[in-house]
Structures are given as C-alpha cells and as structure tokens.
Design a protein around this ligand. Structure first.
Ligand code: C2E
Ligand code: MN
Ligand code: MN
Length: 409
C-alpha cells in the first residue's frame, strides 16, 4: 500500500550546505532503489521530511531514521495512505531553508508536487510543509528538557502507612502509588489501588466477587483503604481512591459512608479525592450528577480518571468540572514521538488552563515522556518512572526522582 509518512526532528550538528547535499545524495541512491520519494527540509535546527513509498519499505526506513544519532526528538506528524505520490518524478529533493527564501521554496514545492489544482490549501501534507517552512522551530524542545540531561536518583521514602493494621483476614488490600511534582521534589498525593489479599490485580479481585456485589464491595473496600493511612504521616497530602460511577449512584448513602470513614481515620474531607474513570459507561446520568453535587457539598475532591480513553470525557466536562483530570496512559505512552498525541494533550492542557483544572499525567514510564510533558507545562505525574504502586509490606518505600546532570561542555 502506498504510504505517506511525515516527521520532524532536531539536530545540534553543524550541517554545512555541502554536508547536507552529500547526505541527501547518499540517501537518494538508497531511496531510488526502493522507490521512495519525497522532500527533505532543513532550517538550521530542525529537519522535516516527507517519505512516500510502499508501507513496509517506509516502516523500515523510518525506524532506521529514528535511530540515527545525528538528530533527536523525532516526531511522527502524519501517516496516511494515498492513491498517488506527490513527488512521483522528483526523487527525494532537498530544500535548505538557510539558503532559499520561504516564498521560493513554497512555490517550488507546489510546482514539483502533484497537488491537485486549487486543492493544496486543504491538503494535509501541503499544510504540514507550509507550516514547517514558516514556523519550523515552533516545537523545539527546550534544552533543559532534553532527556539526555536528566538521570534518575532512587531515594527511600516513608509511605504514609498506618503502623497497626490489625484485621485478621482482610478481603482486600491497597497499594499506594505517589503522585509527584518532580521539579519541586514533592509528593502531593497518593493513589490507593486495590489488590487481592495475595496481591492480585483489581481485575482478578473483582472477578472473584459476584457481579451483583461489585458496587457494595467497591464502596466498602474503602474502609480498608482509609484504615491503612496514618493521618499524621499524610500531613496535608491527599488520597485518591477509585470508585465506579455505579458505586456512587446505586449504593445509597455512599457519600455519608465515606464521610464517616474519613472522620474515623482523622482525615479531612478535602484530603480525599474520588477518581471516576471516563471509560466507564454511565447509565444513570441524572443520579450520577446528583451524587457529584453531594460529593462537592461534603468537601470531597473529584477527578476524572483516564481522560481521553473513552468517549464521554469532553461531554462530562461540559456538565461538571472536576478539581483534577488524569490524562490516560495511552496518550502518555511515547508522546515524545507522536504528533497526534502531542496535539491532543496540548489541547487538553489549554482546556484545563482555561477551566483552572489541575492535570496529572499518569503511566509515565520514561524520561523522554516526562521531559516532553513537563516542557509542555504539566506539573504533576504518576507512573513507574517515579514509583510503582507499593504495598505496606514493601517498606521502606522508594521513589525515583529525576535529577539534572551537571552540564559539561
Ligand atoms: P487507574 O485508576 O487508572 O490506576 C492506574 C493503573 O495504572 C494502576 O493499575 C497502576 O498500577 C497502573 N500504572 C501506574 N503507573 C503505570 C505506568 O507507568 N505504566 C503502566 N503500564 N501502568 C501504570 P492497577 O493497580 O492494576 O489498577 C487498574 C485499574 O483498576 C485502575 O486504573 C482503576 O481503574 C481500577 N481500580 C483500582 N483500584 C480500584 C478500586 O478500589 N475500585 C475500583 N472500582 N477500581 C479500582
Ligand atoms: Mn485511578
Ligand atoms: Mn487511570
């Protein structure tokens, strides 16, 4: 299948026009042999390339390009399937924007490319290209957020587990995963994640319970979660718990039950945050909003979990605005490589800025992901990069902090 792939990247190397021409010529020989066509643009700091060819050829080529040490921050902007090549007859043309002015380059690309007459302004490939020509450095990653400038330092951390958890055979236990502000070096919250008595996943645990008891079990399990917490060690930090929307609207008195638990464990309502996942289908919409009001009136916090994973997040936002939004793991994964994920997350950041909602990026596993998200303006993070969920028996707890590597010229 004929495929078009567009990427941009950054380079700190000194590319003389001659070196760039030589590079393109060497690449062209290989490209011609594999009938890869396209254009390569360079503006002094950033590359932009359109690759056209058979899907498997393009895939292989792009993975080689991505690993080339002469550039970094390689971001895939577009991958599409097409009936015709735009650069059928011109091989792989190089445009050095340091030498040619933007007007000349734009009209030359329109001339050599088979853009349908009048259609170019709506052609995505053309628009990406025009954008790079006029503002190609818009997305440069700031120097201090290059992942190569950061390392991880593991430090012991006392998780706020209560020293005496007495119950003989608890039906479940909870692992705590910290939510951190890495630049401040602070833990701001913990999320309590349910586990079976033997440490099994939430899925395993819930599947061992009859379906008609899920909601009551979900609610009552929180007695165990709050009992685990030592309010003194907690300080002003908050505790997030997950509740199914159904638990909130179909177990009567759910909010009062939670308030009683908080009082019993010397925690303030403001210290509890209820996470409801966007992915869960909400059947009783009116009842759900009634409970949300009760939660707010009780002083308890609210978060939309897995934002961007389902279909209801945006419409939920139009009806109520939570204190926090947790960006779904799938959007975070490899965000530094995906133009589409970056565009979506940037719009979520802007939306949350307008609505004064705090964003948490969850599921962060690599320094590259963290660097991109931190540079984009996100402050709070949760993920294996910083800490895995830890059970009481795992003490002492550990947290990994990103530390800046001293700059050596
Ligand atoms: P969640 O609320 O979105 O919790 C985050 C999940 O992502 C957790 O999985 C956590 O272990 C995992 N995680 C955290 N950092 C990373 C990372 O860097 N990479 C990857 N791949 N995963 C990461 P867990 O503990 O298995 O929980 C799965 C889901 O089960 C939770 O997703 C939540 O929706 C649900 N759950 C957990 N506890 C409860 C509960 O008490 N009640 C209900 N109804 N659901 C719960
Ligand atoms: Mn959650
Ligand atoms: Mn989540």
């Amino acid at each position: 299948m004929l495929t078009t792939l567009i990427y941009r990247s950054q380079s700190d190397e000194v590319w003389t026009p001659q070196a760039l021409t030589a590079l393109t010529e060497r690449a062209s020989q290989k490209n011609n042999a594999q009938t890869v066509t396209g254009i390569l643009l360079f503006n002094g700091q950033s590359f932009f390339q359109v690759l056209e060819g058979q899907e498997s050829v393009i895939d292989t080529l792009f993975s080689v390009i991505s690993q080339d040490p002469r550039h970094y921050n390689v971001v895939e902007l577009m991958r599409d399937y097409t009936a015709v090549r735009r650069f059928e007859n011109t091989g792989m043309r190089l445009f050095d924007l340091r030498i040619h002015d933007t007007g000349t380059v734009t009209s030359e690309i329109r001339r050599i490319g088979s853009f349908r007459e009048g259609v170019a302004p709506e052609d995505r490939m053309y628009r990406f290209t025009a954008d790079f020509i006029t503002q190609g450095n818009r997305y440069l990653l700031p120097n201090r957020f290059h992942s190569s400038r950061w390392a991880i330092a593991s430090r012991e951390y006392t998780f706020p587990y209560s020293p005496h958890v007495a119950q003989q055979e608890p039906p479940c236990q909870f692992a705590l995963q910290p939510i951190v502000d890495p630049l401040a070096g602070e833990v701001v919250s913990f999320e309590a994640l349910i586990r079976s008595p033997s440490g099994g996943s939430p899925e395993t645990l819930f599947s061992s319970i009859p379906e008609d008891q899920h909601y009551t079990f979900d609610l009552e399990s929180k007695a165990q979660a709050l009992m685990l917490i030592d309010s003194v060690k907690m300080g002003v930090r908050t505790l997030s718990v997950n509740l199914l929307p159904g638990t909130l609207y179909s177990v009567s008195g759910a909010v009062d039950y939670l308030l009683t638990l908080l009082r019993k464990n010397n925690l303030q309502p403001e210290q509890l945050i209820i996470e409801v996942t966007e992915a869960e289908v909400i059947t009783e919409v009116d009842e759900f909003y009634e409970v949300l009001k009760k939660i707010r009136v009780a002083g308890i916090g609210l978060a939309i979990d897995d934002f961007g994973s389902g279909y209801s997040g945006l419409s939920l936002l139009t009806k109520f605005q939570p204190d926090r939004i947790k960006i779904d793991i799938a959007l975070v994964r490899d965000i530094h490589k995906s133009g589409a994920k970056q565009a979506i997350v940037m719009s979520v950041i802007q939306c949350c800025e307008e609505l004064k909602i705090t964003i948490i990026a969850e599921g962060v596993e690599t320094l590259e992901e963290w660097c991109w998200l931190q540079a984009a303006g996100i402050r709070l993070f949760q993920g294996f990069l910083f800490a895995h969920p830890q059970l009481q028996r795992d003490s002492p707890g550990m947290i990994n902090w990103p530390v800046k590597i001293p700059f050596t010229p």
